[in-house]
Design a protein around this ligand. Structure first.
Ligand code: HEC
Ligand code: HEC
Length: 203
């Protein structure tokens, strides 16, 4: 009797343990939350921890709010399905649009909510070498680290861009018709800080 009781006990403990492990497993995350860097502290290997942190930040980077301005072609994309921008506009010099169809002609310093036109100053398309559309997260990571393709930035400047850039921040205030990436710009910045600190390893 006593033996059976303790076996049951052991099973109960095992089950509790498994539940706990599942809850604390950093690779299992739901896509609508952005976990803080501390959630990855249990990964002992520093390089693996770094890559896991980047993978978490990837929930933001691959979100349509970012991809739509970092397209592979010469046209911006729009909406959560990243369809080609209507009206038909083109990158133009400095990503500001072409004559007669400048971005700023329609996109104002603030979102224009009655017409659902997103806005921020400046409003322009990321250069072609910074295209993320259609790329895997590993490819985006390698590109972000490459000064030839990231606008000559150091890792520290990438962390700053993620933490402070206004167009990055706009993604969390896109107006009523568009969804936002998970988390906040602050949390994204903290993840990038932790990523840099652990050696900026790509997944
Ligand atoms: C309205 C358009 C727009 C949106 C929205 C936008 N970007 Fe950008 N992004 C740009 C432009 C323009 C540049 C180039 C700026 C420069 O080099 O000074 C850029 C450059 C960058 C860079 C530095 C270069 C590189 O690719 O490594 C990063 C990092 C970046 N964006 C991240 C993001 C993230 C993350 C989001 C979404 C949360 C986002 N961007 C949303 C327009 C946009
Ligand atoms: C003639 C007006 C007009 C011009 C010019 C224009 N846009 Fe737009 N843009 C819009 C409208 C309207 C929307 C919103 C469409 C909707 O949601 O139905 C939009 C949406 C967008 C979006 C979608 C944001 C998202 O994440 O869904 C991006 C990105 C964008 N524009 C970038 C640009 C860029 C970059 C330029 C210049 C190269 C530009 N636009 C020029 C009218 C314009």
């Amino acid at each position: 009797m006593k033996y059976r009781h303790s076996t049951l006990c052991l099973f109960a403990m095992l089950a509790a343990c498994l539940l706990f492990l599942q809850a604390s497993n950093p690779t299992q995350t739901s896509s609508d939350e952005l976990r803080p860097a501390g959630a990855f502290a249990s990964i002992q290997n520093k390089a693996e921890r770094s890559a896991a942190i980047f993978r978490e930040a990837g929930k933001v980077l691959l979100h349509p709010r970012c991809i739509n301005c970092h397209p592979s072609g010469d046209r911006p994309l729009q909406g959560d399905d990243s369809r080609p921008h209507m009206p038909w506009v083109q990158r133009g010099l400095g990503g500001l649009g072409v004559a007669g169809m400048r971005c700023a002609g329609c996109h104002h310093p603030e979102n224009f909510e009655p017409a659902g036109i997103p806005g921020h100053s400046p409003w322009r398309l990321a250069p072609a070498r910074m295209a993320w559309q259609g790329k895997t997260l590993s490819e985006v990571c390698a590109q972000i680290k490459d000064p030839q393709r990231n606008g000559g930035r150091t890792i520290k400047q990438i962390v700053e861009h993620m933490s402070e850039d206004g167009l990055v921040g706009w993604a969390w205030h896109p107006g009523p018709n568009l969804t936002s990436p998970p988390g906040s710009q602050q949390r994204l910045g903290e993840l990038f800080q932790a990523w840099a600190k652990t050696g900026a390893v790509c997944p």
